[in-house]
Structure formats: structure tokens, C-alpha cells
Design a binder for this molecule. Structure first.
Ligand SMILES: Cc1ncc(COP(=O)(O)O)c(C=O)c1O
Length: 373
């Protein structure tokens, strides 16, 4: 290969920090010689997929020699019914990761600005950097609460996108209706506000903003949601965005024709219809948050209140050390350092058994680390 080829690589790509996912369970088992590993690292649904979704996948399997429906009609019809929108307002993606990339490809020229309250989900930076955009990071306020005035102050003539993730990954904090209303009324008309609601189905706070209401209110918003979390289909990769038809139509131009695969579409339609599985998943989460919060507080930690299916807490020490020690115990968490919240650890809610194994392992790890000092 000639050196010239590498010189042709777009220089902005070298600025991209590759995404570091939660460690796969198989890898941890192999690396640490463990029989049992518990993964509480990627905010997945610990109940597993709905039986109805699994049946739909089995039924659809005989058709996988065919291309999927590129227009995802059945799925869009189901989503339209729930959200009071039309199919032209829905864009499907191979996970909302792909939706973020498509939004970036649609709106960003080199040098265009993207405003991102942080710490938050890393793919917003990725999307901007792939397109040579400039990211403007606005720190969250005290207690990781959103400071939307500061976000507004960071908007300039060059701003094209503002990402608001609510409930926010990795902090679990959320944006209240009133704050969102006031922000959207003031944000300049040339800015598209991307509301990432990957975890909104878990939120129980009565005053939590719901993007669809603001979309119906005529604001410049696009709402992203996913089947990876409450709907427990992360492995199939299916996310979507709902927005004004003209905006969705523009983003559609970047979409590959068959980006949402056939099994994912079938499973998603079935999962949407399975209210029982969703309610059970919410209950597991509610109970898990209470269990983890009480257990962590008993160990002397303070927990950031969360509206999602994960929480962060202040380790009051080097989070990387605790993360590593937990790996040896067969527990995969996420170190806050890797997520922009150094000193904290992020735990996804597991089953009651997984949560208590985590708490026990943490207790052992902290005891050992304290003895070393
Ligand atoms: C806030 C947020 N948005 C989007 C995603 C990506 O979801 P998907 O699996 O649909 O690509 C995640 C995944 O963890 C997330 O935390």
C-alpha cells in the first residue's frame, strides 16, 4: 500500500476517539478465568427480550433470504399510533447510533458547531467529528442538573445542532417540562434541537419533559428513541427519530435503503404490542433502583438520583481501581473516568440477584482496597 493513500484520509477522522463499549462478558470470563460474570455496564434490560418479540423473530426467520421492508411500514404504523404522528415523520436507524450519524451527515458542514451539555453520550461528538464539525461542550451544573441557560449562551450563528439527552447518560438526571419549554421558546430558529430520549420510557418523574409534546407544539425538535433499552432488543440494533416531516425527509436522503434489518423490524412491532413485558421491565427497574440506592447508601456512598435504568455514585476514590477490582470479582460496571465523570462508577440496574451480587462484590472490593492503604 502506498503512503499516499493514507495521506488522503480526511484529517478530522484522526481527532475521533474510538468508542469504548462495556467489556463483553465472554472476554471477561476468559481474561479473569471466571465461570460467572455479571454485566451491569451497558444499560441493557436485565429481563431479556419479550417472549412475543422472540416468537416474532422465529416466525420472520424463514424470510431472511428477502430484503427487509426498506420503508419499515408496519413498524412506522405502530409508532404512529402511539405518538400521534404520520409515517413521513419517522426515520428508522440501525440503532439510534446510526440516527445520530445520519443527523450529522444531513446538517453539518466542516466548522459548523454542535452544542453538547456534558458529561453525556459520546456518539454526539463522534457524529460531529466525522463531518468535521466543531463541538462546543457545556458542563452540567451542580448535581449534574442541566443548565439550559448556559446551553443557550453557547449557541452562535454557526450552531446547527444542540443535543439534549434526557434522562441523561451517564448521570440519570433529566430535563423538566418547564425548563424545556422555556429553552425551546428562546433557542434561535436556525438550530435543530435533538432530544435523545433513549431512556424516557423509564422516567417516572411527573415533571419530566417528553419530546413528542414539544414536537406537537411546533418546536424545532427531533426526538430520538430506541428499542435497545426498555424494549430489550439491543442486539438487533433498532432506533428511530420522530420529527417534522421536512426534517425527517432531509435526513432520509442519507439513509441506506435497508438499514433496519428484517428480524429487528418484526421483533420491534411485537415488542411494542407487549405492554406486560414493558410493565414488568419498569417494575424490575423501579425495584432495582431502590435496592441499589439503599445498598450503596448503607455502604456510605451518595447516589445521584436517576430517572433511567442506571445510576452513578461517587466512589470517593479512584473509580478505575474499583472498576478493575470488580472485574476480578466477575462484575462488569463502567468506570466514570471513561464516561466523563471521574471518581464515579456507573451501574446499570440488573435483576434483584445481580444487584445484590454487585453490592456484595463492592463491599469485598472496598474492604480489600482499604486494607492495602
Ligand atoms: C443516550 C443514548 N442514546 C443512544 C444510545 C444508542 O442506542 P442504540 O442501541 O439505539 O444505538 C445509547 C446507548 O447506550 C444511549 O445511552
Amino acid at each position: 500500500m502506498s503512503e499516499e493513500i493514507l495521506r488522503n484520509v480526511r484529517s478530522n477522522l484522526f481527532k475521533i476517539e474510538p468508542y469504548v463499549p462495556g467489556k463483553p462478558m465472554k472476554e471477561v470470563k476468559r481474561e479473569y478465568g471466571l465461570e460467572e460474570v455479571i454485566k451491569l455496564a451497558s444499560n441493557e434490560n436485565p429481563l431479556g427480550p419479550s417472549k412475543k418479540a422472540q416468537d416474532a423473530i422465529v416466525a420472520a426467520m424463514a424470510d431472511i433470504h428477502r430484503y427487509p421492508d426498506g420503508g419499515a411500514r408496519d413498524l412506522k404504523v405502530a409508532l404512529c399510533e402511539r405518538n400521534g404522528v404520520t409515517p413521513s415523520q419517522i426515520l428508522v436507524g440501525n440503532g439510534s447510533d446510526e440516527v445520530i450519524k445520519m443527523i450529522s451527515e444531513t446538517f453539518l458542514h466542516a466548522g459548523d458547531e454542535v452544542v453538547i451539555p456534558a458529561p453525556t453520550f459520546s456518539q454526539y461528538w463522534f457524529g460531529a467529528q466525522v463531518m468535521g464539525g466543531t463541538t462546543v461542550t457545556v458542563e452540567l451544573g451542580a448535581g449534574f442538573e442541566f443548565d439550559l441557560d448556559a446551553v443557550l449562551a453557547a449557541v452562535t450563528e454557526r450552531t446547527r445542532l444542540v443535543y439534549l439527552c434526557t434522562p441523561n447518560n451517564p448521570t440519570g438526571t433529566y430535563i423538566k417540562k418547564q425548563a424545556m419549554q422555556s429553552f425551546l421558546e428562546r433557542v434561535p430558529k436556525h438550530v435543530l434541537v435533538v432530544l435523545d430520549e433513549a431512556y424516557i420510557e423509564y422516567a417516572e418523574a411527573e415533571d419530566a419533559a417528553n419530546g413528542i409534546e414539544f414536537l406537537h407544539g411546533g418546536h424545532n425538535v427531533i426526538v430520538m428513541r430506541t428499542f435497545s433499552k426498555l424494549y430489550a432488543l439491543a442486539g438487533l440494533r433498532l432506533g428511530y427519530a420522530i420529527g417534522p416531516s421536512a426534517v425527517i425527509g432531509a435526513i432520509e436522503r442519507t439513509r441506506e435503503p435497508f438499514n433496519a434489518n428484517l428480524l429487528a423490524q418484526a421483533a420491534a412491532v411485537a415488542a411494542l404490542a407487549d405492554e406486560e413485558h414493558r410493565e414488568a421491565s419498569r417494575q424490575v427497574n423501579r425495584d432495582g433502583i431502590a435496592q441499589l440506592t439503599a445498598g450503596l447508601e448503607l455502604l456510605g456512598y451518595s447516589v445521584i438520583p436517576t430517572q433511567a435504568n442506571f445510576l452513578i455514585f461517587d466512589t470517593k476514590t479512584d473509580d478505575k481501581e474499583i472498576f478493575q477490582a470488580l472485574l476480578h470479582e466477575g462484575l462488569i460496571a463502567r468506570s466514570g473516568t471513561a464516561l466523563g465523570v471521574p471518581g464515579y462508577l456507573r451501574i446499570s440496574v440488573g435483576t434483584a440477584e445481580e444487584n445484590s451480587k454487585f453490592l456484595e462484590a463492592l463491599k469485598r472490593v472496598v474492604f480489600r482496597l482499604n486494607q492495602k492503604v
